[in-house]
Design a protein around this ligand. Structure first.
Ligand SMILES: [Zn+2]
Ligand SMILES: [Zn+2]
Length: 337
C-alpha cells in the first residue's frame, strides 16, 4: 500500500514526545503531542493545523508556545484536541502573556476537550487577548474526535497514574490505489487531477460527475467519475497509524490499546523502561519496551516505532528498541523483571 501518512518523531526516541505526521497530497500535517518543537523546520511547523494532545504533562506540551508564536499573526484557526480540563489549562497559559498589541489579529485558537458527554469546544481569539469567547458542546460518536473526507481521528482513554492520557488512531477511511498501467493504456497523463479524482470518490460524488483528464496527445477529455473509478482505480481498507504514550502498565490499558491498535499499519508506542525495571515502570505509570513490543505483536500491527525512552538508558540507546523488537517478533517470555 502506498503510504498516505508520513510520521516523524521530532526529537527522536529519547527526546520530548512530538509526532509530526505529514499528509500526502494535502500540504498539511498533524501533530501528536507537542514537546519541544525547535527541531521542526519553520516550513514544516507552518503546515500543522491540528494538534492532538495525550495529556498536559510538561514534556508533552512545552512546545505550545512555539506553535502559538508561529501562528499568532496568521489568518487561521488552529485546532487543539486533548483530555477534559485542557481548556482551563490553556486559558491559564495564555493569560501568562501580555496581549495589548494584537487587536486586529485574525488568529483563533480552538481547544476541544474530549469529555464523557461529548466534545467541549472553547475558542480563544487573538483579537480578544485570548480570553475565552465562546463555548459549545459537540457530539462525539464512536470515539471519533475529528473527521474529514481524507482522514479521521479516533481516541481512547488510558490511565496514567490518576490522570487520563489519550491514545489516538489516525485512519484513512478508504485507500484508493491508481493503476499506472491502466493510465497508460487509456493515454491518461498522471497529474494533480488524480488528487481531485480521489477527493470526489471520498466525498461520495455522483458517478456521472465529469472529471477533466489530460491526454498524452495534449488535449483534455471529460470522463465520468464512475467510469474512471472502474478503469483506473481500486479501493481497499485505509491506512491506520496509532499513537500511544504515557500509560500505566495495567490490564485495562492493555485491553484498550489492543482495541485501538488492531491491524494498524504503524504503531507509535512509548517504551519508557526496560522490562528488568518493571517495578519502576509500574511506579512511574509507564510501559516497558517489552510490553510495547508484545502489544504490537498481539494487535498484529505491521510496523512498530517505540519512543519516549527514559534518559537512564542513553548509554546503550539500542537496548529498548531491541527489547521491543524481540517481543514484536513473537517472543512470549519477558526478560527477567
Ligand atoms: Zn511523558
Ligand atoms: Zn505523562
Amino acid at each position: 500500500m502506498r503510504s498516505v501518512f508520513f510520521p516523524r518523531l521530532v526529537n527522536g526516541p529519547f527526546g520530548d514526545p512530538a509526532l509530526y505526521v505529514r499528509l500526502a497530497y494535502r500540504g498539511e500535517a498533524l501533530l501528536f503531542d507537542c514537546g519541544d518543537l525547535h527541531a521542526l523546520a519553520p516550513g514544516d511547523l507552518l503546515k500543522t493545523r491540528l494538534l492532538f494532545l495525550s495529556h498536559a504533562h510538561i514534556d508533552h506540551l512545552v512546545g505550545f508556545d512555539l506553535l502559538l508564536r508561529t501562528f499568532l499573526a496568521r489568518d487561521l484557526t488552529f485546532l487543539m484536541y486533548g483530555p477534559a480540563g485542557l481548556a482551563e489549562q490553556i486559558a491559564a497559559r495564555l493569560q501568562g502573556y501580555t496581549w495589548n498589541l494584537v487587536d486586529g489579529y485574525p488568529f483563533v485558537l480552538t481547544v476541544r476537550e474530549w469529555r464523557t458527554e461529548g466534545i467541549r469546544e472553547v475558542t480563544f481569539p487573538a483579537s480578544q487577548a485570548f480570553r475565552p469567547l465562546s463555548e459549545r458542546l459537540l457530539p462525539c460518536h464512536n470515539d471519533v474526535l475529528h473527521e474529514t473526507p481524507w482522514y479521521r481521528i479516533r481516541a481512547s482513554r488510558l490511565m496514567h497514574g490518576d490522570i487520563v492520557s489519550l491514545a489516538f488512531s489516525l485512519e484513512e477511511p478508504l485507500h484508493i490505489a491508481i493503476h499506472k498501467d491502466a493510465l497508460e493504456r487509456h493515454g491518461y497523463v498522471p497529474g494533480s487531477w488524480l488528487v481531485r479524482f480521489k477527493d470526489l470518490i471520498l466525498r461520495n460524488a455522483a458517478p456521472d460527475t465529469q472529471v477533466m483528464v489530460p491526454l498524452s496527445q495534449g488535449d483534455l477529455r471529460s470522463v465520468p467519475l464512475g467510469m474512471l473509478r472502474e478503469t483506473i482505480a481500486s479501493t481497499e481498507e485505509g491506512m491506520k497509524l496509532v499513537y500511544v504514550t504515557d500509560c500505566s502498565p495495567v490490564y485495562r490499558n492493555f485491553r484498550r490499546i489492543l482495541d485501538l491498535a488492531e491491524n494498524a499499519h504503524i504503531l507509535n508506542i512509548e517504551a519508557m523502561f526496560a522490562h528488568r525495571d518493571l517495578e519502576r515502570a509500574q511506579q512511574r505509570n509507564h510501559l516497558t519496551a517489552w510490553q510495547a513490543g508484545r502489544l504490537a505483536y498481539l494487535a498484529k500491527v505491521a510496523r512498530l516505532q517505540v519512543f519516549h525512552h527514559s534518559p537512564r538508558y542513553q548509554r546503550s540507546p539500542e537496548d529498548l528498541e531491541q527489547e521491543a523488537r524481540t517481543a514484536f517478533a513473537g517472543e512470549d517470555s519477558p526478560p527477567c523483571a
